[in-house]
Write a protein that binds this ligand. Structure first.
Ligand SMILES: *Cc1c(COP(=O)(O)O)cnc(C)c1O
Length: 222
């Protein structure tokens, strides 16, 4: 790894500030998929206790390996989630970020009643990325609330093609968040955090910007 997490975090903070964010106003989620438990320790040592994992098995392995870590990491489930994985990770998840369909919400409500969730929105119409279409969003949010889940906000993944301006997609998600009267907006990754800040994000999800290139390609990763 070139540079330390401290150096990289300085760069991230400078990028956030240059994009117009007030210092400390935007939550930084450390995305640790493809790295070992050591990067979760390094993140924690720099005050980043919110940690995002895409895959249930990988989260569980790190939960085990880090049982001694204090303060304990707050695990966020950020990947496409199969219903049959919910039970195993439910005791550990602080925020379910990728709820995009009712059956998944039903399983979360069953295994973790009242859990805090974000609804993942598909704002780019790219196949295979997951997310609830904007046209179905209000109905899904209503149904999740009816299940007793604490719907805190919306999450989205910007366009895969770095040549495509992510701002129109981010603007659509922000407008939906405002209309629904929700709080959290989880949008912006290492390559598009500036656009996300410009569009009013409250949480950026950063892997490579904090830890460098991923060491292993997780299953299903591009
Ligand atoms: C991998 C991933 C990230 C972090 O991506 P980087 O480009 O490494 O910052 C953020 N959000 C989701 C949903 C991811 O899968």
């Amino acid at each position: 790894m070139t540079g330390t997490v401290a150096d990289r975090l300085d760069v991230v903070r400078a990028r956030l500030a240059a994009a117009g964010a007030e210092p400390g106003s935007i939550q930084v989620l450390a995305v640790t998929k493809g790295f070992g438990p050591d990067v979760v320790r390094a993140a924690g040592a720099h005050g980043l206790v919110d940690v995002g994992e895409n895959y249930a098995q990988e989260m569980l392995a790190k939960v085990d390996a880090l049982a001694d870590l204090s303060p304990a990491p707050r695990w966020h489930a950020i990947g496409r989630l199969q219903r049959n994985k919910v039970r195993q990770i439910a005791p550990h998840v602080h925020l379910w970020q990728s709820v995009d369909r009712l059956p998944l919400g039903e399983e979360i409500a069953r295994r973790a009643p009242g859990a805090r969730v974000l609804v993942q929105v598909d704002a780019t119409d790219e196949p295979g990325k997951g997310g609830c279409p904007l046209a179905e969003l209000d109905r899904l949010v209503g149904s999740l609330i009816d299940l007793g889940l604490d719907v805190d906000g919306l999450m989205t993944v910007g366009p895969t093609d770095p040549e495509v301006d992510p701002r129109p997609a981010f603007d659509r998600v922000r407008a939906a968040r405002d209309r629904l009267g929700l709080r959290t907006l989880s949008m912006g990754m290492s390559r598009d955090l500036e656009a996300a800040v410009a569009c009013g994000t409250t949480m950026v999800r950063l892997g490579t910007a904090l830890f460098g290139p991923r060491r292993v390609s997780p299953p299903g990763a591009k």
